[in-house]
Ligand binder design. Structure first.
Ligand SMILES: *Cc1c(COP(=O)(O)O)cnc(C)c1O
Length: 494
C-alpha cells in the first residue's frame, strides 16, 4: 500500500518517499510528513525472531513505499554492518531495572549514526529512481553530533558534497575536533559566530531562497538536508524502538504486547518523534518522556501549551540539546491540528514573527502520551556520578539528562512500567564534562588525558573514533558570521 508525504505548510504539495528524501524540506520551509502511518501487520512475536537488519526492513518498507525490496535491503545491509562496533548494532544494557538502549556504537559514537549511516544510501538510491542527475549538496546545521555523523556518512560518496555549519563556541572539544579533522574530499566544515538555532535558521533560509536555488540549479547542483528535518533521518530511527522492545521480550523482561515507556533526551525533537511514529505504527508504548536540559522550551510547551523561544539560550554540558527551536515539533503540531496545513502554517508564522505560539486546548489534549520535564546542569553532573557509583556504568551528559528526568517521573507518578532510556552518545564524546562530574579535581587535565582516565575508570575500551582524532591534523579552519553562511557555500561550490 503506498501513500505520499505532504508538506506541513502546503496541503497541495505531496511527493513520494524517495522525492521527500531527495528534497529534504518542503518548498516553503515546511516539513514532509507521511499521509498515514501504516500498521505493523507482523506480530511482535514474529518480529522478535529478527535481527536488526531484518527488523529494519520490516519497519522501513512500510514507510518508504516507493523503494523496491532490493533497493531497501541494499541500503540497510550497506549501512548496518561492521561499521558498528557491536554486533547487536544497538545493544540494551540494564542497570537497576532501567534499560539503556546504547545508540552510539556507530562510526562517530553518537546516535546520529543510526540514521546517517543509511541516509547516503537512501539518497543516492532516491536520486537514481527519480533520474536526478545533479550533484547533491547536503547542507547541515549541527549542534555537534549530526555534523560529524553526516560527514562520515557522505564522505567521498560519488555525486554528493556536504557542508556543515556548527556553533563555534557551542560544541564539546572532542565534537569539534571530530569535525575539523574530516578528510573526505567532498566535505566542508565551518564554525559560525552564533548558536545552533542561528545555524539551523541560516540553512533553512538557503533552502527556501529561490534565487540561490536557481543559481545552483544552473550550475548542476541540488540542495538536500541531512538534518532530522529530512524524513530519511526519522524513519530509520523508528527501527530501534522496535528493536529495544524485542530485546526486552527476548530477555524475558516483558511479554509481547506489554507496554513500555521510552525516555528520550531531546533537542530538535527528531528522536522522540521517531518513537512516537513507532507507537502509531503499533509499538506498545505507554508514555513518551521528553527530557530537556536547561533550554527547557519543550517542558514549558508540554505543561502550558505555549511554545516560547523568547528566552536566554543557555550553553550546557549537553550541547547537542542546546536548541530553542525544535524543528520536528512542527510535525507533531501538524498532526494534533488534525493534519491541517493551514492551521500549522499560521502557528509557524507566529513562531518566526513573534517567537511564540499557543495551541488550542483541544490540540493540547492530543499530547497525553507525552510527559515533559528537564534537568539542569548540576542535576546532570550528580546523575552521572550516582550512576557511576551505583553501577560502575558511565553515561554521557545527554543520557544523564534523560536518566535524571526519569528519576523525577517515577517519583512523581509511581509508574513502574518497564522503561527504555535512549542512550544517545558515548561518554567518550563528552569526556571533560563526564570526568569532572565524577571527580571535579580533574578540571585542569588535558582532553586526551581525561580520555585515558575514562578508559581505566569505566573498563570500556576507547572507541576507534577517539583514537582516530588524537593526532589528526585540523583540515577545516573556516569561521564565519551568521549572515556570511551563504557566501561560504557559494565559495565551496565554485
Ligand atoms: C542530537 C542529539 C540529541 C537530541 O536529539 P533530537 O533528535 O535532536 O531531539 C540528544 N543527544 C545527543 C547525544 C545528540 O547528538
Amino acid at each position: 500500500m503506498s501513500f505520499l508525504y505532504r508538506n506541513t505548510r502546503k496541503k497541495e504539495e505531496a511527493v513520494t518517499a524517495s522525492q521527500a528524501i531527495l528534497q529534504g524540506l518542503g518548498s516553503d520551509g515546511g516539513l514532509f510528513v507521511p499521509d498515514e502511518i501504516p500498521q505493523m501487520d507482523i506480530s511482535l512475536t514474529e518480529l522478535a525472531k529478527m535481527d536488526y537488519r531484518g527488523l529494519a526492513y520490516e519497519v522501513m518498507s512500510r514507510m518508504f513505499t516507493d523503494f523496491t525490496e532490493e533497493e531497501l535491503r541494499y541500503c540497510i545491509n550497506s549501512a548496518y554492518d561492521e561499521k558498528f562496533d557491536d554486533p547487536a548494532i544497538a545493544p540494551l544494557v540494564s542497570h537497576h531495572g532501567t534499560h539503556f538502549l546504547e545508540l552510539f556504537h556507530g562510526k562517530t559514537i553518537a546516535f546520529k549514526d543510526m540514521a546517517l549511516s543509511i541516509l547516503p544510501y537512501l539518497m543516492t538510491t532516491a536520486a537514481k529512481k527519480n533520474k536526478m542527475e545533479k550533484e547533491i549538496v547536503i547542507l547541515t546545521a549541527t549542534s555537534g553530533d549530526t555534523g560529524k555523523a553526516a560527514l562520515a556518512g557522505f564522505a567521498d560518496v560519488p555525486g554528493t558534497r556536504i557542508a556543515v555549519f556548527y556553533p563555534k563556541s557551542g560544541v564539546s572539544p572532542i565534537q569539534e575536533k571530530q569535525m575539523v579533522t574530516e578528510r573526505g574530499k567532498n566535505t566542508f566544515v565551518a564554525g559560525i559566530h552564533g548558536n545552533f538555532d542561528d545555524a539551523q535558521t541560516g540553512v533553512k533560509k538557503m533552502f527556501s531562497d529561490p534565487v540561490l536555488r536557481k543559481e545552483l540549479d544552473e550550475k548542476g547542483f541540488r540542495f538536500s538536508s541531512a538534518n532530522s528535518i529530512n524524513i530519511g533521518r526519522l524513519v530509520p530511527q523508528m527501527v530501534y524502538y522496535y528493536y529495544a522492545y524485542i530485546l526486552l521480550v527476548n530477555a524475558g523482561e516483558i511479554k509481547a504486547g506489554d507496554k513500555i515507556n521510552v525516555v528520550v533526551p531531546t533537542g530538535n525533537f527528531g528522536n522522540i518523534l521517531a518513537a512516537y511514529y513507532a507507537s502509531l505504527m503499533g509499538l506498545p508504548v505507554n508514555r513518551l518522556i521528553c527530557a530537556s536540559n536547561d533550554n527547557k522550551v519543550l517542558y514549558d510547551f508540554f505543561t502550558t501549551g505555549v511554545y516560547d523561544r523568547n528566552r536566554e539560550f543557555i550553553l550546557t554540558t549537553s550541547p547537542s540539546m542546546d536548541i530553542l527551536i525544535s524543528s520536528n515539533l512542527e510535525r507533531l503540531i501538524y498532526r494534533i491540528a488534525g493534519n491541517d496545513a493551514e492551521k500549522n502554517a499560521t502557528l509557524m508564522k507566529e513562531l518566526s514573527e513573534t517567537g511564540k505560539y499557543t495551541v488550542t486546548p483541544e490540540m493540547k489534549k492530543e499530547l497525553d502520551k507525552f510527559y515533559g520535564n528537564y534537568a539542569d546542569m548540576d542535576t546532570v553532573a550528580a546523575e552521572i556520578k550516582t550512576i557511576y557509583e551505583e553501577d560502575g556504568y558511565v553515561v554521557d551528559p545527554h543520557t544523564a539528562v534523560a536518566a535524571a528526568v526519569y528519576d523525577g517521573y517515577k517519583k512523581e507518578t509511581g509508574d513502574e512500567t518497564p522503561t527504555v532510556i535512549a542512550s544517545t552518545a558515548s561518554p567518550y564524546k563528552f569526556t571533560r564534562s563526564v570526568m569532572t562530574a565524577i571527580d571535579p579535581s580533574l578540571e585542569k587535565e588535558e582532553d586526551f588525558a581525561l580520555v585515558d582516565r575514562l578508559e581505566k575508570l569505566s573498563g570500556v575500551k576507547i572507541p576507534q573514533a577517539i583514537e582516530d582524532i588524537r593526532s589528526a591534523p585540523v583540515l577545516h579552519k573556516t569561521v564565519c558570521e551568521i549572515d556570511g553562511m551563504e557566501q561560504v557555500v557559494r565559495g565551496f561550490l565554485s
